[in-house]
Ligand binder design. Sequence first.
Ligand SMILES: O=C(CO)[C@@H](O)[C@H](O)CF
Length: 562
Amino acid sequence: MAEHAGRRCCLGWDFSTQQVKVVAVDAELNVFYEDSVHFDRDLQEFGTQGGVHVHEDGLTVTSPVLMWVQALDIILEKMKASGFDFSQVLALSGAGQQHGSVYWKAGASQVLASLSPDLLLHEQLQPSRTLLRVPPSGISSWDVMPPGDAGKACFSISDCPVWMDSSTTAQCHQLEATVGGAQALSCLTGSRAYERFTGNQIAKLYQQNPEAYSHTERISLVSSFAASLFLGSHSPIDYSDGSGMNLLRIQDKVWSQACLGACAPHLEEKLGLPVPSCSVVGAISSYFVQRYGFPPGCKVVAFTGDNPASLAGMRLEEGDIAVSLGTSDTLFLWLQEPTPTLEGHIFCNPVDPQHYMALLCFKNGSLMREKIRDELASSSWSEFSKALQSTEIGNCGNLGFYFDVMEITPEIIGRHRFSAENHEVSAFPWDVEIRALIEGQFMAKKIHAEGLGYRVMPKTKILATGGASHNRDILQVLADVFGTPVYVIDTANSACVGSAYRAFHGLAAGTDVPFSEVVKLAPNPRLAAAPTPGASQVYEALLQRYAMLEQRILTQTRGPPE
Ligand SMILES: O=C(CO)[C@@H](O)[C@H](O)CF
């Protein structure tokens, strides 16, 4: 218990798809406390799978908002029972799964502002039922209160749409038509219309449940919803997570009136004004001071999306790229001048309000690497590595495209192989095939990153994370294709840790201290691979051929570009 006593710190929260997680980070940026509540395991009464409910239509995906509230209650009670010294918390911030939306019912702000410290949050935010009183001294006994003060319903709908939902295609088409097409919407908001993006979800709610919409006083993202719980009032949406709604003009950081109007009436007043992601949105509410012992001056820094928070946790800097090599591969880019396209997503940068970040998702990531490993390298990563070691950089001009499921970036499916003379061939020798897979995956990443406006800079570094980042030979190809050093970093808690870093940055608010200065004491990533001399020249020519052949496949499969 003494371990957590007297250690001034910031808290970082992550309200993700499957759990609520918290870390405590001290002034030297060491993580000294972490805990989590897993929805499926610890809140089984809600019956989620992977933290969500997939509806019968197979398209609608929601999560119960009260599950998120109850998870926060559990974590805070566990921290309290463990002797965590809340009085040392200087500030807190957090992250939420992007695009999800919470609909606060008229009157919710009064409930938020008058929470009783004798009760748990979820007992006061849920519809009226018998309440449990847990004295501030902690959970010594669950005394059942007389029916008396029943909680008031605070939410217009109890099941919130989340990022896995894909039921709003009609609303996406309506939105794009309103603003002049997919590319016009992308230039305006950073992305073409996506089913999971919040504006389209709001449009669906308004069209299918107008009564719930009319009873809604405030619409939050998961991030700003979580911040509201700590604030005791509605927290504003931050620029970075707000960029995932198809509603925010990413250049001038204001709501697009055209997009708002296309989705639902009176929407701006339900959203409130967006704020810079580094904003201090207020002090923690008295509920947390009285029940848990937070200091009254504990600052709440705007919460943001999980991916922007991860960018902060990885301490990405201008020109850097983070490559998450997981089931699907995700690229995090830091951009100064974005070029919005029909691929990927441009968000306002969470730690530098003048800049941007981008996300690019490649669905055929580890899925393909493991399949080729099983087919050609006896399911052995060491055999897989031997193939990379025994084949030369540039693979003698052989190029491959490997998409066993429909790829997102770009929309291609199937396996396509080309000789040095650009003739399509049906097979490669096993070792050539392995190198063609890895070189092709990384050349695609470089080409599509540059399509979004990314440029490798002299100080650029690549931060690799995820399962495949444990294979040094794969990272060597990544370093060679990009011509930049590759570092590895543990990102298990990147959204939480990034949120704690952002809380520290919020403490310096108004002093113009850059985020990089605030986090300079954080552990540095480890160098894993440096580019091979001469590799850049080989890939400079190969990249041009790869881009040309990718266009050839696209034309063959979907006709000439519009
Ligand atoms: O939809 C996504 C990003 O656009 C996902 O990464 C969610 O943020 C995961 F929670």
